[in-house]
Design a protein around this ligand. Structure first.
Ligand code: ZN
Length: 323
């Protein structure tokens, strides 16, 4: 499936880009904002092709020479940049500026996609801003970001925002099924945990560690509620032993609590109810709200590099008091 039809469940975003292509009013910069794994990257690829496609209608045609070059990843006017390591550095933006201003065009537009631009250092963002203030002709920047609120307001105001919403769970389930990924049970769990992100759901199925983390999170909550200190201690210890990520473990705690909460008091109550694996957990809806707050505090502390063992111990004590 080619062109925009390959982008699933993002009709709002696609409509904006379609009408830009049809009217020929192309912004100098777009900000594709939305969670990871919902189609921002794929849409950027398609839009970049469409901008340089030689067809009259229904661009991208995915057949003409420019489209073929883009599909093979060697269109000279489509540049794709990712953060170098953990952040986007100013050197990367400078290098990019040299290319943008110096190079001769082969296509109609030079398209520059900057992936994960929320990872830009302040200097890199400011440096890019200069380019956005005096954009080179026929150049289109596409910034991809799952955290647009961390970008400088000046960058936000100079780019046209295109929002990407979390995908519908049923859609994700369908795609996983079509691609024959995972067992029905795994798929169900992956979809529940993915929070509307197809990318995450696929990653979850491919990376079995995630199912282990989910299981440990459920056991941890049960141990807390059962005031089983020893069990709780053992689970915390096992995270380190099995080299499991504590940040991800906390995320799983949040997801389990969220599922419980939605099952008890959410709009899906009675219909979807509580996932089977969580049904033995007896936690009142009011207490789950408080438990979520307690885990969020722990997430915050973890971000500040707190002592992990102590953090899990305190977290366990606080959760046990809510039983
Ligand atoms: Zn084409």
């Amino acid at each position: 499936m080619g062109g925009f039809s390959g982008v699933l469940g993002q009709t709002g975003a696609i409509d904006i880009l379609h009408s830009a292509l049809e009217s020929g009013r192309i912004a100098h910069a777009y900000l594709f904002a939305g969670p990871r794994g919902v189609g921002k990257g794929l849409t950027a690829e398609v839009f970049a092709r469409a901008l340089n496609c030689a067809a009259q209608l229904d661009r991208p045609c995915d057949r003409c020479l420019p489209c073929q070059k883009a599909l093979n990843g060697n269109h000279p006017d489509i540049l794709w940049l990712k953060p170098a390591g953990s952040s986007f550095k100013i050197e990367q933006v400078r290098e990019l500026q040299r290319t943008v201003y110096a190079k001769v065009y082969e296509g109609r537009y030079k398209v520059i996609v900057l992936e994960d631009f929320h990872k830009a250092t302040t200097q890199a963002a400011n440096s890019l801003l200069k380019t956005l203030e005096e954009p080179p002709v026929s150049t289109v920047f596409i910034l991809l970001s799952e955290n647009p609120q961390t970008l400088p307001a000046t960058i936000l105001s100079r780019s046209q925002r295109v929002n990407f919403a979390p995908l519908d769970n049923r859609l994700i389930e369908e795609v996983l099924q079509q691609r024959q990924l995972g067992t029905a049970e795994n798929r169900n769990l992956a979809v529940t945990m993915a929070g509307g992100s197809l990318g995450k759901a696929i990653e979850y199925i491919q990376n079995q560690k995630v199912f282990v983390l989910r299981q440990r999170a459920i056991e941890f909550i049960q141990a807390c509620l059962g005031k089983n200190y020893y069990r709780r201690y053992k689970i915390a210890e096992s995270l380190e032993k099995d080299k499991l990520d504590v940040t991800q473990f906390l995320e799983h705690l949040l997801l389990v609590l969220r599922d419980l909460y939605l099952g008890r008091s959410g709009p899906e109550r009675g219909k979807a109810g509580i996932p089977e694996e969580l049904q033995q957990i007896s936690f009142a809806a009011e207490s789950i709200g408080l438990a979520l707050k307690v885990v969020l505090d722990a997430v915050e502390l973890q971000r500040k590099q707190a002592n992990t063992k102590l953090l899990l111990d305190v977290l366990g004590c606080r959760l046990a008091r809510l039983a």
